[in-house]
Write a protein that binds this ligand. Structure first.
Ligand code: ADP
Length: 364
């Protein structure tokens, strides 16, 4: 997927006829669907293999909901629907839990609600149901005025690859994975999910989730969204790319070169060590899995050789992000951060631009 998405991005930057641009748009949209499907299957298999662990960190509820609703407002407006978020007064400002997974569930339910609604709107409500013994239970409901779901179909839509009926794929697309993943994530958050619906009049998806109290005395971090792009003076950086796959090599090095940076390539971890030792680099982009010596081992070796020199090169992992714990392993080995494949070109370019203003390593 990294090769497909990356190459499409590079093609998009060349001179194309209107006809070619049309074909490329279609290919990009197909890649997008395939990626969504792969991510869904990956999430589901991670959960089923017991490899999905929830994070525990403080986060604020209101900014999380705002971050989710903002991009979806465009979708709602385009369809002439209203989209409203309500947080009841007794909901704490912040809680401790897995903001990204909560966001994934809410995003899926709200996106579904907008997809299956043609007139009216969608309302998201957050309430507190209980608060005892250090555990806060919140109830989230996503109510729409759409097509609704019949009684018989209500349980089956939570099964993987299941849609309410066979006409849905034809009319609305989709994979039937979103609700299966959401239901399992809700279970991991020690909650329950259910549907209330009047077919033809709308559906309300309601789930509960448990959190710990936030530890922070001051308000929790305001946002889990990536920081905005930095627009400052440009300084080309010297970048070493350690990557064994030739297609990925081309994608990442062309992307960086087009943005004005200087790139050296290494085909495996051992070569990365040699190239790094013979020259000076601002950043190393390190693939995790490489023959001879993998990215983790190469990183440990570089950190060992740097000891006592006062130097410390910034090392960023590039990885398929397949299993939980990858991020932790990168950081433990001495890496500074992490880009998940398929690499989004703009994200990397923006990160490089931001590095200029931020002293020291900036974990992604
Ligand atoms: P997908 O949206 O990719 O089809 P989901 O697992 O998210 O997969 O949803 C499964 C099915 O549940 C949908 O195909 C649809 O039939 C039904 N469904 C989900 N949300 C709604 C909703 N808000 N209103 C009506 N039907 C819904």
């Amino acid at each position: 997927m990294n090769g497909i998405v990356g190459m499409q991005h590079l093609i998009g930057e060349t001179d194309l006829t209107a006809e070619q641009r049309g074909y490329l748009d279609a290919a990009q949209s197909s890649a997008h669907s395939l990626l969504a499907l792969l991510n869904g299957i990956l999430d589901l298999s991670k959960i089923e293999a017991g490899r999905l662990e929830l994070e525990h960190a403080d986060f604020a509820i209101r900014p999380l909901l705002d971050d989710i609703l903002r991009p979806l407002e465009v979708v709602a407006q385009r369809k002439g629907l209203t989209l409203t978020g309500v947080i009841r007064d007794d909901v704490p400002h912040a809680v401790n839990g897995d903001a990204l997974r909560l966001r994934q569930v809410l995003l899926n339910l709200i996106a579904n609600a907008l997809k299956f609604t043609h007139v009216g709107g969608v309302t998201v409500t957050v309430e507190r149901t209980s608060d005892w013994d250090g555990v806060v239970e919140l109830r989230f409901s996503v109510a729409d005025t759409g097509i609704g779901i019949s009684e018989e179909q209500r349980d089956s839509v939570f099964e993987a690859f299941r849609q309410a009926d066979n006409s849905i794929t034809r009319r609305y697309g989709g994979t039937g994975l979103g609700l299966a993943i959401s239901a399992r994530l809700v279970e991991l958050m020690e909650g329950e999910i259910r549907i209330e619906s009047q077919p033809g009049e709308g559906a309300t998806f309601i789930f509960t989730a448990r959190f710990a109290h936030a530890h922070l005395a001051q308000p929790a971090a305001e946002s889990v969204a990536p920081a905005a792009a930095f627009s400052g003076a440009f300084r080309p950086q010297r970048i070493l790319v350690a990557e064994d796959n030739p297609v990925n090599q081309t994608v990442i090095s062309r992307t960086l070169e087009k943005a004005g940076h200087q790139v050296a390539l290494a085909h495996d971890g051992r070569q990365a060590l040699e190239v790094w030792a013979s020259s000076r680099f601002d950043v190393i982009f390190m693939d995790m899995q490489m023959p001879e010596m993998d990215g983790l081992e190469a990183t440990r070796e570089i950190r060992r050789m740097e000891e006592g020199t006062g130097a410390r090169v910034c090392i960023m992992a590039m990885t398929a992000n397949a299993m939980s714990g990858d991020r932790e392993r990168c950081l433990e080995a001495g890496m500074d951060g992490y880009f998940a494949k398929p690499i989004r070109a703009q994200e990397v370019i923006d990160w490089l631009a931001r590095r200029e203003t931020v002293p020291g390593p900036t974990p992604a």
